[in-house]
Design a protein around this ligand. Structure first.
Ligand code: F0G
Length: 376
């Protein structure tokens, strides 16, 4: 059986990619990435109405955690790995805070390419590490941060011995632009595609904000949409290089996915901000955790902490009066909550009870009674 696939973003949005990709013989490596839901967040919209001066905001969540390896990285990896295969590569390499490595290992394995990944030691969430291990990548843990890992990977790329699949690889950005198309198609609801007024997105290495902006611009140029959104990107405060306009040598944040002090696509993020009339801001770890809890506790949506930076940014912007009234906003939730079980357990709101095997129903009835008047 052929591993050639007809699913995934490169097939679905074939008009926005080179025709060679659809030709017989092009090694299209897909796990049917993309086509993730855009979920209306009515409870969060109510919360914003009650707790901020912003009125009539409609909120939608682009739930990228439902991609095959649990993050948006799959959109870029299908193209980068297919192209590496087409170009005759035998191995791929990436530096990663975790999600890129999981995606590279999955797509690399499917393509029959050896996958090397360089991770900041001790700073990768458990779910991501477990993925790379099971997919069978060659894992190197550096006693340094992501930026140092990426410097190493760039140098290795220059030797010509391995193909780099970080977002400095242009096929990654090209693949990831498909998420912007999906947002517009979903908002159009079967009719004319429509962009939101605002797009809120976490910023780490700044590839994704660059890719979304490219996608909106291409849809606009093709006449699919009549307006483009304001791009609202959010870094973690301890890693806010773009906001502070300087490289951060020792970036810190509990949102390890965006613990990056020298974003590779820095200029792409600045262009997206300036051309769209948006902003790049920063959110504290406390704001990220609050947003993470609200997403799970009010909408039943489990994302990883870095993803919650988008909604944390929305709360901040709504409180500061940076969003006009009666607008629509999409928050990109970049990764699945299961990626980072440690933070979920540390910051979850649940009360946990231990029962003896012979407690019977009385103890449970007692818990139910005590909770009767407690709000959900
Ligand atoms: N959200 C998640 C869950 C991520 O994994 C990343 C980046 C981002 C947001 C930021 O996206 O870098 O395009 O600005 N993760 C990379 C990785 C760095 O190695 O997995 P960005």
């Amino acid at each position: 059986m052929s591993t050639q696939s007809t699913g995934g973003i490169l097939s679905h949005y074939a008009d926005f990619y080179p025709p060679e990709l659809q030709k017989q013989g092009y090694p299209l490596i897909s796990l049917h990435e993309g086509n993730t839901p855009l979920i209306p967040a009515c409870h969060l919209a109510e919360w914003i109405e009650k707790n901020t001066p912003t009125r009539g905001l409609r909120i939608f969540l682009k739930y990228e955690g439902l991609n095959p390896t649990g993050s948006f990285k799959d959109r870029g990896m299908t193209y980068a790995v297919s192209q590496a295969k087409a170009d005759g590569a035998v191995s791929i390499i990436c530096a990663s805070t975790g999600n890129t490595s999981a995606a590279a290992a999955a797509y690399g394995t499917r393509a029959g390419l050896k996958t090397y990944i360089v991770l900041p030691s001790g700073k990768v969430a458990l779910g991501k590490l477990s993925q790379a291990i099971l997919y069978g990548a060659e894992i190197m843990e550096i006693e340094g941060n992501f930026d140092q890992a990426l410097t190493l990977v760039r140098q290795l790329g220059e030797t010509g011995k391995v193909t780099v699949v970080n977002s400095i690889n242009p096929y990654r950005i090209q693949g990831q632009k498909s998420a912007a198309f999906e947002v517009c198609d979903a908002l159009g609801n079967g009719k004319q595609a429509e962009a939101p007024d605002y797009l809120f997105i976490p910023v780490g290495n700044a590839g994704n904000i660059t890719a979304y902006w490219l996608g909106f611009c291409e849809y606009y140029a093709a006449g699919k949409i009549t307006q483009k959104p304001k791009m609202m990107g959010y870094e973690a405060e301890g890693s806010a290089a773009i906001v502070q306009n300087r490289v951060i040598d020792n970036p810190e944040t509990l949102a390890t996915a965006i613990r990056i002090g020298n974003p590779a696509s820095w200029s792409g993020a600045v262009s997206a901000r300036d051309e769209s009339g948006g902003l790049i801001g920063s959110v504290t770890d406390a704001e990220i955790i609050h947003a993470y809890q609200l997403l799970a506790g009010k909408e039943g949506i489990f994302c990883e902490p870095a993803s919650a930076a988008s909604f944390a940014g929305l709360i901040q912007a709504a409180q500061r009066g940076e969003i006009a009234n009666n607008q629509s906003a999409v928050c990109v939730l970049t990764g699945n909550g299961l990626k980072d079980p440690d933070n979920a357990i540390a910051h979850g709101a649940a009360k946990r009870h231990t029962l003896a095997a012979d407690d019977g129903i009385d103890r449970v009835l007692d818990i139910i009674e005590k909770n009767k008047s407690r709000p959900v």
